[in-house]
Ligand binder design. Structure first.
Ligand SMILES: C[S@@+](CC[C@H](N)C(=O)[O-])C[C@H]1O[C@@H](n2cnc3c(N)ncnc32)[C@H](O)[C@@H]1O
Ligand SMILES: CC(C)=CCC/C(C)=C/COP(=O)(O)OP(=O)(O)O
Ligand SMILES: [Mg+2]
Length: 292
């Protein structure tokens, strides 16, 4: 094994879940195969489990009566999901090819591939799902980048990485499955001083008062526990993560949801996202923080 290669035996090891809840989440993602995720990923081989941002390209969508319309709609939804990951990566700051990044809750690995393609760096992903880790590792083998990008089955609250090993780390729609104090303690441990942490997440808005019925519906749909914006900022402050940018992406994600609601790939959760974003009870937020 050369110094640039990963030890793939570590990627194949599947530990027992730390809690019964984590076992539920592992089972959930092991059996997930929704067309809204797989058909979008098939567009260019980047498989995401997050949502999209940006304006709809109506010219690319063309005429709704066109026989190719559904295919164009899928391509457009996928473009918006990749645009979301690009915005997350924009906020990591300068990353060098010799750096390592951590993707906490990496899903099928689309964001990790994009990070490597942009920075040339190593990317370590952790997910509770062995199906997702195998999928991600197969994909990077096909792309010939398995020496730089690796997924493993691992609890993001208790990773095998060394103190200060990471130049940057992120959660892309994966922080609603864990306690935020435990999560940010782990990011703070693995990040070097001066490293950057970024999250894009859905959070309930403290200005609304308490989680709305729509937020409760989203929690039940995904078996997750959405936190408030206040909780994010407090848990970061308690763990040496100092926000450098807090961006409300809610207006940028609404077009994605409104377009998705017209597609054949709807899953039934579209109304809860659209209504909660519109009534102000739920927000789609990016937070970038410096590890100090
Ligand atoms: C909605 S998906 C997001 C996937 C990915 N970040 C993306 O943008 O495509 C949520 C992910 O969080 C992971 N996850 C949830 N709790 C976790 C934990 N305690 N440790 C590691 N991964 C976890 C799940 O396994 C799943 O991969
Ligand atoms: C913003 C919030 C609250 C996200 C919850 C986490 C989640 C399930 C994200 C999308 O995953 P997915 O891409 O598998 O979902 P879907 O099948 O709906 O596209
Ligand atoms: Mg999806």
């Amino acid at each position: 094994m050369t110094s640039t290669e990963f030890d793939t035996t570590a990627a194949a090891f599947v530990p027992a879940p730390a809690t019964a809840y984590q076992g539920d989440i592992a089972r959930y993602w092991n059996s997930e195969a929704r067309p809204v995720n797989l058909r979008l990923g098939d567009v260019d081989g980047l498989y995401h489990h997050h949502y999209g941002i940006g304006e709809i390209d109506t010219a690319a969508l063309g005429d709704p009566e066109d026989s190719e319309h559904e295919k164009k709609l899928i391509t457009e939804l996928h473009r918006l999901e990749s645009a979301q990951a690009e915005v997350l990566l924009d906020h990591l700051g300068p990353i060098a090819p010799g750096d390592t990044l951590m993707d906490a809750g990496c899903g099928r690995g689309g964001s990790m591939v994009m990070a490597h393609q942009r920075f040339g760096c190593k990317v370590e992903g952790v997910t509770l799902s062995s199906t997702q880790a195998e999928f991600g590792n197969r994909r990077v083998q096909e792309l010939g980048i398995a020496d730089h990008v690796r997924s493993r089955v691992c609890n993001m609250l208790d990773t095998p990485f060394a103190n200060g090993q990471m130049s940057g780390s992120w959660n892309n729609e994966s922080s609603m499955y864990v306690d935020l104090h435990d999560l940010f303690a782990e990011h703070s441990r693995v990040l070097k001083v001066g490293g950057r942490y970024v999250t894009i997440t859905g959070c309930w808005n403290p200005r609304y008062g308490q989680p709305s019925k729509w937020v409760s519906q989203i929690n039940a749909h995904f078996e997750c526990n959405i936190h408030s914006r206040r909780e994010y900022l407090r848990a970061m402050a308690d763990n040496r993560l100092v926000p450098q940018a807090v961006i409300d992406l809610t207006p940028d994600t609404l077009p994605y949801w409104e377009l998705r609601a017209t597609s054949s790939l709807v899953t039934g959760i579209e109304e809860a996202f659209i209504e909660s974003y519109k009534d102000g009870s739920f927000q789609y937020v990016l937070i970038a923080a410096d590890r100090v």
